[in-house]
Design a binder for this molecule. Structure first.
Ligand code: GLA
Length: 358
């Protein structure tokens, strides 16, 4: 990556800049598009967007990490890639009745891409914050999340839930954000006493994520239809799913048990119990939801057997990406983690620490 600035690319100074963080989800995976509950937190890595006026009728969007510029006129089709999120945000606001003149946009980010840490939501929220500030738009942080999700679903073509954008817009890195994705009621909660979390990249890109994600979503909708509920969130007792065919029964069981795990954690549980809930979440994602893969299972198993780690699981959509572990903040686990990464390498993979957060 070459380090250039807005000034060097556009021969002018930016009018505004805005940032937004990536997120890691501690509990509540694949529950958001089932109207369920999630428990993410913000990570220190951020995306920053700089905005200035374009000297001509086109938007010009530059990514520092990709060293790539895309130029687009108002009615041009949206290309795939990073610019679809940026243009998606502009077109979403235009659909809402705001008028956005041609812009120069400069994007830079330290959020890892493709690791399940919501680099796309961070870009959408940073872009919408920058637009809000540049044009004094009367939109609040929840609308920013909703517009970001709309942009992703309609312009980047990913049928995501609302968790990532809500986390990027409303979470901080000192708390867990408990979110009811149906009502958008939320609450900032403390981490379990005496813990910190670690995020470790499995080194496996999430290649199947798009198709697998949309398929799981469709399976959940089918299961809800067969159970005559508007979303799986409305089923609290697993005995209600006995009549479902495979694999809908397994998919529904994951969603129901995962929602119950988030609700239990929300009550404020010990670090040990929180870790057990994370371990159970991983098993459920692996066995019932079938979104884990061998590499993630290997890394999670190594983390789970490490003294000083209360629990570990894959985080994000699955099929690759990162794992999150809840760690005893008093334990000296540097050597143990180095050992985990060495053993993971012996199994044929290349992992690395992405976040080590007190
Ligand atoms: C992706 C989606 C989220 C959520 C997670 C799985 O990150 O963007 O909406 O569904 O997967 O929990």
């Amino acid at each position: 990556m070459s380090t250039v600035t807005f000034e060097q690319i556009f021969n002018a100074s930016p009018d505004v800049q805005a940032s937004a963080p990536g997120r890691v989800n501690l509990l509540g995976e694949h529950t958001d598009y089932n109207d369920g509950f999630v428990l993410p937190t913000a990570i220190p890595q951020q995306t920053t967007v700089y905005l200035g006026s374009s000297p001509n009728p086109q938007h010009h969007i530059y990514s520092q990490e990709l060293s790539e510029q895309v130029s687009l006129s108002a009615n041009d089709p949206i290309p795939q890639g990073f610019s679809s999120y940026v243009i998606g945000c502009i077109r979403t606001l235009e659909k809402q009745g705001f008028s956005i003149p041609p812009l120069n946009v400069f994007v830079t980010s330290s959020v890892p891409i493709g690791s399940g840490l919501s680099s796309s939501a961070a870009l959408e929220v940073a872009m919408l914050r920058a637009l809000r500030s540049r044009f004094n738009l009367n939109i609040d942080d929840v609308q920013i999340a909703q517009f970001g999700q709309y942009a992703e679903q309609n312009f980047a073509q990913v049928q995501c839930g609302i968790m990532d954008q809500m986390a990027s817009s409303l979470a901080d890195s000192e708390h867990l954000l408990f979110l009811d994705t149906r009502t958008l009621d939320r609450e900032l909660l403390p981490f379990p006493t005496g813990t910190k979390f670690l995020v470790i990249d499995s080194g496996i890109p999430r290649t199947l994520a798009g198709s697998g994600y949309n398929q799981r979503r469709a399976e959940c909708e089918e299961a809800a239809k067969l159970l005559s509920v508007s979303a799986l969130r409305d089923v609290e007792d697993v005995s209600a799913i006995a009549s479902l065919p495979r694999p809908l029964k397994e998919r529904a069981r994951h969603v129901i048990t995962e929602n119950n795990r988030v609700l239990e954690a929300r009550q404020g549980v010990s670090a040990e119990r929180f870790g057990q809930l994370m371990n159970a979440s991983h098993a459920s994602l692996r066995d019932d939801y079938a979104v884990s893969i061998e590499g993630l299972d290997t890394l999670v198993a190594l983390l789970q057997e490490t003294p000083g780690i209360f629990g570990a699981r894959l985080t994000g959509a699955g099929f690759g990406g990162a794992c999150v572990a809840l760690v005893d903040s008093n334990a000296q686990i540097k050597t143990a983690i180095a050992d985990v990464l060495t053993r993971y390498q012996k199994a044929g993979y290349q992992g690395k620490i992405l976040v080590d957060r007190a």
